[in-house]
Design a protein around this ligand. Sequence first.
Ligand SMILES: Cc1cc2nc3c(=O)[nH]c(=O)nc-3n(C[C@H](O)[C@H](O)[C@H](O)COP(=O)(O)O)c2cc1C
Length: 211
Amino acid sequence: MNLAFLLVSQRNRKVFTYRSNVGVDNKRNFEQNSVDTKMITVICGTNRANSNTSLVVRFYENLLKSKNQEVEVLYLEDLPKDYVFHNDVLGNASPEFTNIVKSKIVPADKLVVISPEYNGGYTGALKAFIDGVWPENLKGKKVAMVGVASGRSGNLRGMDHLTNIFHYLKMDVIPFKLPISRIETLIDNGELVDVYTMETLDKHADQLIES
Ligand SMILES: Cc1cc2nc3c(=O)[nH]c(=O)nc-3n(C[C@H](O)[C@H](O)[C@H](O)COP(=O)(O)O)c2cc1C
């Protein structure tokens, strides 16, 4: 099979539909992206109810608010249950999903992704969400990461993998990737109580704000 034949036959395949759709949507989404806002959206990278990650997310949200930042929070567990199959990219998105992207992702100039470690990496729920958002709606945004785990590595591997994905999406990754290990020992009564972890999160937030 020669290259010309391969290109012609590829043109009829769905993978090209995705690329050309991105092109069509670029204009519309670029206008949305170019809005001059100073908003930070914190993303809780699990859909597990009552997750320990959500406690870190709540702490981070309050931290940013105490530093006079405009903050939105997106808990993946609040997404429509069918978002893996029905979203902006795959089609048949519910208005609810599209509104969440429009209100919490598009206007944010910075994102904080706080993701637990599941099976040695970040969560499938988070990848499904990223895949459901048009790349143009992520391109150019600054993104900071925090990992949360029961084990010792604090989701370092997951954050490294996310770094590759965010670079692919032409996002600006903040170098300070903070692993939080042994999370169960750092919380009490549904709240983060470990002083060292809180201080480190504070430095992390400062770096994001200064970036
Ligand atoms: C499906 C699943 C897989 C997990 N895999 C790991 C793992 O590979 N390494 C680890 O340290 N903890 C692992 N954990 C434990 C989580 O890190 C722990 O639940 C921690 O509290 C963060 O997750 P949470 O926000 O869902 O609570 C796993 C938990 C779940 C639910």
